[in-house]
Design a protein around this ligand. Structure first.
Ligand code: HEC
Ligand code: HEC
Length: 232
């Protein structure tokens, strides 16, 4: 009984997100769908053209850590290029509400109104995916094979898609920074990052710490869809 008000507040917060951001409150949020089945029309409808105000604010505030083109070269800082609007807005919301903990991001998100959450997320969704810089040494074939097997065994591809590009509320993970991937996978396992739903804690629960590192290694080097050289 003591916890009931807290739970209600939390549920009200989630309902508020769905209403304020006009997100479907049903299955798409309660349960991650295979990325391949995500409806592009729905994503397009939710992502209007980027507001130039947020392009400018991104360049002034966010680029210092996340990179001007959205590919961060700062340790522990995720690449945002190629990320989906639905996913980005969810994470900004979680940072703002104190349900995803990171000093820098929480401080930034606390100043955001709902319009800002949407404006930044829509802007992020306009940044085309940027391939990872060429690695210093070629990927270790055995480790890549092990990572691929783990990604199949633990159904990462079921939700994140065969090309790991995600969709809607499921993030693009292919060619994300390895240090960030490892950090965040361990945080899902330890409970430090609860996630918007239980999807990730449940996915990584049975996976050993060593295998999480192998998955991060593999996902960071995953051969994404061939990037257009001109897009650089
Ligand atoms: C001081 C550095 C810094 C600045 C400035 C910054 N971020 Fe971040 N951001 C981070 C870090 C570090 C994380 C990862 C936090 C974690 O590990 O949970 C992050 C995470 C995120 C995420 C979640 C990405 C994911 O893959 O889960 C989003 C979205 C985001 N930032 C957007 C923004 C926006 C928009 C701005 C500007 C308004 C911004 N950030 C400014 C450091 C920064
Ligand atoms: C049932 C669907 C599902 C499965 C299976 C799944 N994921 Fe996820 N994944 C998600 C969703 C949804 C999110 C966003 C969760 C949140 O709000 O934190 C996510 C988030 C992530 C993130 C955070 C990305 C970022 O930018 O912060 C990583 C990394 C990740 N997943 C990797 C994996 C790996 C590796 C596997 C396999 C071991 C896996 N996922 C299995 C649905 C899934």
């Amino acid at each position: 009984m003591r916890y009931r008000p807290h739970l209600l507040t939390r549920a009200a917060g989630l309902a508020a997100l769905a209403v304020a951001l006009a997100l479907p409150a049903g299955s798409a949020w309660a349960q991650a769908k295979p990325a391949a089945q995500a409806k592009p029309a729905a994503a397009a409808a939710a992502a209007p053209a980027a507001n130039p105000v947020y392009a400018q604010r991104f360049a002034q505030v966010c680029a210092a850590c996340h990179g001007a083109n959205g590919r961060s070269d700062m340790a522990g800082t995720p690449v945002l290029a190629g990320q989906h609007s639905f996913y980005a807005i969810t994470q900004l919301y979680l940072f703002r509400e104190g349900r995803r903990a990171n000093e820098a991001m929480s401080a930034i998100a606390k100043t955001m109104k709902d319009d800002d959450l949407r404006g930044f997320s829509d802007y992020i969704a306009t940044l085309p995916a940027v391939p990872a810089p060429a690695p210093a040494s070629p990927p270790d074939a055995a480790r890549m094979a092990k990572g691929e097997a783990l990604a199949k065994e633990h159904r990462c591809v079921m939700c994140h898609g065969a090309d790991l590009s995600g969709g809607q509320q499921v993030p693009r993970i292919g060619q994300q920074r390895e240090d960030y991937l490892a950090l965040t996978l361990h945080e899902y396992k330890s409970g430090k990052r609860p996630g918007y739903t239980r999807a990730m804690p449940e996915a990584v629960g049975p996976i050993s710490a060593a295998d999480l590192d192998t998955l991060a290694y593999y996902v960071a080097r995953f051969p994404a869809e061939a990037p257009k050289p001109a897009a650089k």
